[in-house]
Write a protein that binds this ligand. Sequence first.
Ligand code: PMP
Length: 432
Amino acid sequence: DRLPTEDRELIARREKALGPAYRLFYEEPLHIIRGEGVWLWDKQGRRYLDAYNNVASMGHCHPRVVQAIAAQSAVLNTHTRYLHDSIVTYAERLLATMPDALGHMMFACTGSEANDLALRIARRVTGRQGVIITRLAYHGVTESVSELSPSLGDFVPRTSRVRLIDAPDGLRVSPTEQGAKLADDLAQAIAEMRADGIEPAAFLVDTIFSSDGLYPDPAGFLQPAVDLIRSEGGLFIADEVQPGFGRTGDKFWGFQRHDLVPDMVTMGKPMGNGFPLSGVAMRPELVQEFGTRARYFNTFGGNPVAAAAGMAVLDVIREENLQENSLSTGAFIKNGLEAIARNHPAIAQVRGAGLFLAVECVSDTATNAPDAALATFVVNYLRRNGVLISASGPGANILKIRPPLVIREAEAQILLDTLDDAFTAHHTSTEG
Ligand code: PMP
């Protein structure tokens, strides 16, 4: 066991204090104590390139965001039932990034709460209960939303109000069929739901299908399914927790890549660069009755400190041209990954948009059988060599690369070189 004694003791204390529900990353868990930009430092002072963090999207401890949080904390931090300019200005700025039809913004603290709120509104306004999601979706952890997170595993109970459909599959379904297949699967799920007496309230998707294995292309393939849910009387909710805030490079929001106007948009994670902040943008009509009768209060959501953090994030994205950097550095990484794939047949496909990339590892190039062991080897090899990524997808064989948006080419090259080494090392170890 290569772990320092101190870390082994901390793991034991952690298990005792936190119980069994928490998981650590990596075969050798990391004890991180400091972060700056794309870098993280462990207790021994060793530096790691963070190529996985989509919360600290503006870079770890971005001084502008830290300063905004500190300055506002020193002046006033209370809830949203007093007049304060910040929540209004922040909402206006977020809405300015959205299609005109989305005219209201409501705030919470986590992505789970944002989806929970969107769901409550959708069920209220349609008077219906059914929700359709993708097979390995993740939308959060509250009692109502956990049944919309099949990627949590079979243990989480799911009621008949929720139906699963296949996510797009960039490897096994041709790009031209992607849109029609998704719409057909949705139609079938709606029919099955109706056979059980349940009407569809909403189709809820992460518009980059992050936990399903990352399926960004071809841009536009979501349209037929969205047309269908509307024609069946349901709403389309875009979960932008993963692709939002410039991550995909070409657009600020993932749904914009599909040229869609959602009925509601949920957001979180990078929104406060680590400060807990989430929200829902919506068509004003949807929330009229809910708003006057049910009302909404979230003690911390949208407080002056949260709004300050959120506005600093918007400033940083604009002033540091992070969306443009996501596009250009993302393309640089994608090209590099494609070059690596040419030398390593175990890589069946490289896909991605901006700084959100996936590498699909297979054990058999003829059948594309998932190679989870290879993905696990690569993830842990990288960790031992100072680069942090992870793996996901139904076969746990899809490497997920998602660095902070401030990553530049020199740092990206470290990621590429180490990844190339990892595949070579695996090849050597399995041959030897
Ligand atoms: N939706 C998506 C697509 C997510 O990836 C996540 C978090 N991984 C959530 C919702 C839930 O966000 P939170 O953990 O802030 O509740």
